[in-house]
Design a protein around this ligand. Structure first.
Ligand SMILES: Cc1cc2nc3c(=O)[nH]c(=O)nc-3n(C[C@H](O)[C@H](O)[C@H](O)COP(=O)(O)O)c2cc1C
Length: 422
């Protein structure tokens, strides 16, 4: 589409609302690595992985889930950032992630009810409604509804982690409000049945997100970027819908937020990997782009779209207006950057224009989604060990390997958390 390399809109810098400049329009979207060390801290593996992405030329690196509460982890190898953790490992991680000259943001997350029972910590959520996945619901604890004082403590935890991220040398944070994690659970009427100020109307359901953004913004300096990852929809009947996302973005316009990344789905309906429960999107390329264009129309912050981008011309098209609707400002790439961390440089130089990722076509979508993530994690592990990604990986073996690693890391996590508890 764009003949001259320099004409590609991908490599135009972007000035965010707070004045920070991303060197290009490609972002490494969050991929939970499950690679923390025995103290749930970033170590050599994460430094090597992030240095590889930074060297590969991506304009913005968004970390995988970084957990703000040591008792609520999306996975047992998760990095925990709170006031009790030392900052030096985060400083070293930030420096590796910025070594190539791009931005590096931490994704701050609280999983709410989407935690495994095996972690032994129970779960909290807006309401006492458990995760429903055919054949797998029993793996998740039934959550306890949060008390208002506990909600306030969680808001404070997000702010604390953001302040620490800035001190460590990261250039921003992204608040995870998508994929069925805690803030997304509050946004969805399916998981939030509260009748107090935190549930009911959309305004009440969005309160947690808006209060977290305000608290974070108040804790960091104006030049530090604050982003939000939001579902364009949950892709579940009666769930958070596109009109709701547009209204939430209008509220976020005023806070201010620098970037909203649009994704979709949850553990129950894994639309983020192109496999929603309700079949409302095709697992085609850039599958959230039409929603993102609609949201971009009402947004004053920069909009980023993530999901299904493997080809340069698809990324270029997403950045361009279409049918009278605006393009997005940033394109997020996750899996393709695990299969090739040098992709941005290769796209810039016209060397390799697409990444082939073998699809996992299992019938049960939740399991197919887990298996495709396990295949990607194989690549992340290889890069973190200084090896090259491997094109052909068996999804079944990858899934078994990832389950075994999770079991081992769960034992280690339980020992760690037991040592911390009084
Ligand atoms: C292994 C793996 C781990 C992921 N972990 C996260 C995460 O920690 N936070 C998040 O917001 N999204 C996470 N995602 C979703 C990605 O950010 C992205 O939305 C999704 O993979 C679709 O983009 P892609 O087609 O470019 O891979 C993960 C995806 C994969 C494959």
């Amino acid at each position: 589409m764009f003949d001259a390399q320099t004409a590609s809109p991908i490599f135009e810098p972007l000035t965010l609302p707070n004045g920070a400049v991303l060197p290009n329009r490609l972002a490494k979207a969050a991929m939970e690595e499950n690679m923390a060390d025995g103290q749930q801290l970033p170590g050599e593996a994460l430094r090597r992985l992030y240095a590889a992405w930074s060297k590969g030329g991506v304009g913005l690196i968004i970390s995988g889930n970084v957990m703000i509460d040591p008792t609520a982890l999306t996975g047992p190898g998760g990095v925990v950032l709170d006031a009790s953790q030392p900052l030096a490992p985060f400083k070293a991680w930030a420096s590796a992630a910025r070594s190539g000259g791009g931005h590096a943001w931490l994704q701050l997350s609280h999983p709410g009810r989407q935690v495994m029972k095996a972690m032994g910590q129970g779960a909290v959520a807006p309401s006492a409604i458990g995760v429903q996945i055919e054949g797998a619901s029993h793996l998740f604890p039934t959550p306890r509804a949060l008390e208002p004082a506990e909600i306030a403590a969680i808001i404070e935890r997000f702010a604390t982690a953001a302040g620490l991220a800035e001190q460590a040398g990261f250039t921003g944070v992204e608040i995870h409000a998508a994929h069925g994690y805690l803030i997304s659970q509050f946004l969805s009427p399916l998981s939030n049945r509260r009748t107090d100020d935190w549930g009911g109307s959309l305004e009440n359901r969005a309160r947690l997100l808006l209060e977290v953004v305000k608290a974070v913004r108040a804790r960091v300096s104006p030049g530090f970027c604050v982003g939000v990852k939001l579902n364009s929809a949950d892709f579940q009947k009666g769930g958070f819908a596109l009109e709701d996302a547009a209204q939430v973005v209008r509220w976020l316009n005023d806070l201010p937020v620098d970037l909203v990344e649009l994704s979709g789905g949850s553990y129950e309906s894994p639309a983020m990997t192109g496999a929603p429960q309700d079949g409302a999107i095709n697992p085609r390329e850039a599958y959230f782009i039409d929603f993102a264009r609609e949201i971009a129309e009402v947004a004053t912050m920069s909009i980023m779209v993530t999901g299904g981008v493997r080809r340069r011309d698809i990324a270029e098209q997403a950045l361009q207006p279409k049918d009278g609707r605006p393009g997005v400002a940033v394109v997020g790439v996750a899996a393709a950057l695990a299969f090739d961390p040098d992709l941005p440089i290769k796209w810039r130089d016209g060397q390799k224009l697409e990444v082939a990722i073998p699809p996992v076509t299992w019938k049960k979508k939740a399991f197919a989604s887990l298996a495709s993530m396990a295949v990607v994690k194989v690549q992340l592990n290889r890069i973190s060990e200084g090896r090259r990604p491997k094109q052909r990986v068996s999804p079944l073996f990858a899934l078994i390997g990832s389950q075994l690693a999770t079991a081992r890391l769960t034992r280690r996590y339980k020992a760690w958390i037991a040592r911390r508890e009084p």
